[in-house]
Design a protein around this ligand. Sequence first.
Ligand SMILES: [Zn+2]
Length: 342
Amino acid sequence: MATAYTTDSRFARHTLPNHPEHAGRLHAIAQAVTESGLLERLVWVEPRQAEQDDLLAVHSAAYLARLEATRGHSLVMLDADTYATGESYDTACLAAGAVLAITDVVLGGDATNGLAAVRPPGHHATPNRAMGFCLLNNVAVAARYAQRQHGVERVVIVDFDVHHGNGTQDAFYGTPSVLYISTHQSPLYPGTGAANEVGEGSGVGFTVNIPLPPGVGDAGYGAAFEHIVIPALRRFRPEVIFVSAGFDAHWADPLAQMALSLSGYDSIVRRLVEQAAELCQGRLVAVLEGGYHLDALAYGWANTIRAFLGDEGCDDPLGPARAAERDIDAVLRRIQAIHHLP
Ligand SMILES: [Zn+2]
């Protein structure tokens, strides 16, 4: 079992001091991955710039032109909380391209699974606009690329970032060949992702939203995976699973109010590794999204690498959340009913 890995110091070129989505996030990850000795055990994959055609499979030409026009400007605010600097467009193309490079290695069979530590993140970027710190939808571009370049028919995207990936949902809302499954805090930014948003046209049933109230932690997430995520995956029979891996559902994260611990994150990642082994020869690609508490982010990502490598154990120096978890059985039963899951 080989695990592929990509990242790039050039991702630091897109940054803004005092913004939560800053270059220090990847520095923290790089330090954890290097110091733990994990890096030398991974198959290194060189990132590349995504091509215009790759991006056009998800984003409109008009939006890409607007984004490219930020090149060379010192700072452009694309919405209230989404910035672009003069180097952001090229950095975003490199982030999307890095995920394509990992996808090539995993679908080409040179590695079983892989991870892309990239910025800027992607899952809020819609076909037509930047939002929520996201410029290009890295995971959506890779899902389309897997279908176009590798002849894959059925792709799953599991998004466990604490925010709903509205951009990814938009990109595939009418598409039955890409199953989008999201666990997210509700209410929370961006406000989408209600349980009854299930897709449209021939895509009905292929968007599975699992909105969870604040305070849900290891037990609740475990139950959501057990009763909804895993049965939905098994029913769909994916050929590859992409993960929008955000670590902002950790209890210490400053932008949300969920209660996952690092151990809880590790458990759901290991469920996905198991499902990939059962359903699609282990083919699993994790792409970094959010995560704004630097230790939770760095440990969460390093633990994910260990799970992908098949190592035992999990580092959880931050420990469990202090508050008791609320019961979400009724919430989960309602979502199971919406999606006709047993
Ligand atoms: Zn997030």
